[in-house]
Design a protein around this ligand. Structure first.
Ligand code: ARG
Length: 461
């Protein structure tokens, strides 16, 4: 049958069924990204085969030399990838055969593509976990530096995006450091759990050859060989954990990205973003758009999408390997690329951004942000039950609102019209500076707390 016409499906398919099969089956288009890991795994395997006497040292040497040549061809861009050879594993082995002949055929002794792909993919994901941890560290340092610079700058704290109470800029920055520290520990935790070697599980049942799985595990810097061969070839938890750690981290990034979008608007003017991370408009000359923040905000879509996609692929798969699992890689590759990009872009934005101290303070002082301080004063000074103080303060806010002033601008006489016992010392608690300074409870926003936390984080990072 001709390759340019498909009898089964008619003219709509330009290619014959073999080409369609090749197109759906081949993974070389994407799994070539694991070439270095594939070659590393093969080198460890060959060395072990020689060490236990399954292949000769001469063959092992030829295999090692050949694999190094293949690696340099791939890295140098001269390697001819073949879709007919399906995947990176077959491509590498076929080229090895071209280069060294017969010994190449001995490499696959006591191994299958099933344990091979699980090993390669684990090595790849493990590298990405390390890269994510590094990227998170860099972003944490950028946030800590911002906190250090503005430990006592006052800004509005929000709930429901309504002014709630004054907080410090440093405290707000350190909130993200906490989130990122959890993200980092999630990756570290997942990395510890995943660090077992599938190599030597063979197709699914193990092998009759007297292999040394400890040796290959060690060579590939795994903590130990995976204990059950069936699980070893069918486990993709490590990829799912990577994606879920990445999703939570990307969710955190999206929250700060959203704050940057709001804060950089003409209505807020809390921060000025650097030109390096903004763009202009082709029609509106005044515009400076926070594109990088918007794109970071959007990245969670594809990263969490990958998480859902792979979870759905794995759901209901019987043990052990099924070809469905080949669909794991593109999701993880894309999520990893975009997480690293988002972390790097966010680190750049946080490093470059300038907080507009005056605008932050002005916003903090509006919206009756010290109403809670006033209620607390009534409790502390007049011995009022908090519920009553809440009510009295509500009346004072209503009075200020009707006069179109903020709480510190009410006169003592006006205040006493609401409650006769209020005295001059109330004004001490109505400024935003005094408000934040008073919040010294553990974890509170007081500048002295922020400074102590900055010091702690600088020691840790
Ligand atoms: N390309 C395959 C994958 O990515 C490699 C494993 C093939 N194994 C098999 N039994 N066909 O999953």
């Amino acid at each position: 049958m001709s390759q340019d016409q498909n009898k089964m499906w008619g003219g709509r398919f330009a290619a014959g069924p073999d080409a369609i099969m090749e197109a759906i089956n081949a993974s070389i288009g994407f799994d070539r990204r694991m070439a270095a890991q594939d070659i590393e795994g093969s080198r460890a395997h060959a060395q072990m085969l020689a060490a236990v006497g399954i292949i000769s040292d001469t063959d092992a040497d030829a295999i090692r030399e050949g694999l190094l040549t293949v690696l340099s061809e791939i890295e140098g861009g001269t390697f001819q990838f073949s879709i007919a050879l399906e995947d990176i594993h077959m491509n590498v082995e076929a080229r090895l055969k071209d280069l060294i002949g017969e010994p190449a055929g001995r490499l696959h002794t006591a191994r299958s593509r099933n344990d091979q792909v699980a090993t390669d993919f684990k090595l790849w994901v493990r590298d990405q976990m390390d890269a994510a941890i590094e990227g998170i560290d860099a972003l944490m340092r950028a946030f800590v530096d911002q906190a250090d610079a503005g430990a006592d700058w006052v800004m509005p704290g929000f709930t429901h995006l309504q002014t709630a109470q004054p907080v410090t800029w440093g405290h707000h920055m350190l909130a993200y450091v906490e989130m990122l520290a959890r993200d980092k520990s999630r990756f570290e935790d997942a990395r510890r759990r995943m660090n077992t070697s599938p190599l030597g599980a063979a197709a699914l049942a193990g092998t009759g050859f007297a292999i040394d799985r400890e040796m290959t595990a060690q060579a590939l810097r795994f903590d130990r060989p995976a204990a059950n061969s069936l699980d070893a070839v069918s486990d993709r938890d490590f990829a799912l954990e990577f994606l879920s750690c990445a999703s939570i981290c990307a969710m955190h990034l999206s929250r700060f990205a959203e704050e940057l979008v709001i804060w950089s608007s003409a209505q807020f003017k809390f921060v000025t973003l650097s030109d390096r991370f903004s763009t202009g408009s082709s029609i509106m000359p005044q515009k400076k758009n926070p594109d990088a923040a918007e794109l970071i905000r959007a990245k969670i879509g594809r990263i969490f999408g990958a998480n859902v996609a792979l979870m759905t692929v794995m759901k209901g798969l019987p043990l052990t390997y099924s070809k469905d699992m080949q669909e794991d890689k593109e999701q993880v590759f894309d999520a990893a690329d975009n997480l690293m990009l988002a972390l790097a872009a966010m680190t750049g934005m946080v490093t470059d951004m300038t907080a507009n101290k005056d605008a932050l303070r002005a916003a903090a002082a509006s919206g009756f942000s010290t109403a809670t301080d006033l209620a607390d004063w009534l409790v502390r000074t007049l011995g009022m039950p908090f519920r009553e103080a809440h009510h009295v303060t509500g009346s004072l806010v209503a009075l200020a609102e009707s006069r179109d002033v903020d709480l510190p601008e009410l006169t003592l006489v006006e205040m006493q019209s609401v409650h006769a016992d209020i005295n001059e010392s109330v004004f001490d608690v109505l400024t935003v500076e005094n408000s934040v300074r008073s919040r010294t409870s553990f974890g509170g926003t007081a500048p002295e707390n922020v400074r102590a936390e900055v010091k702690r984080w600088k020691g840790l990072l």
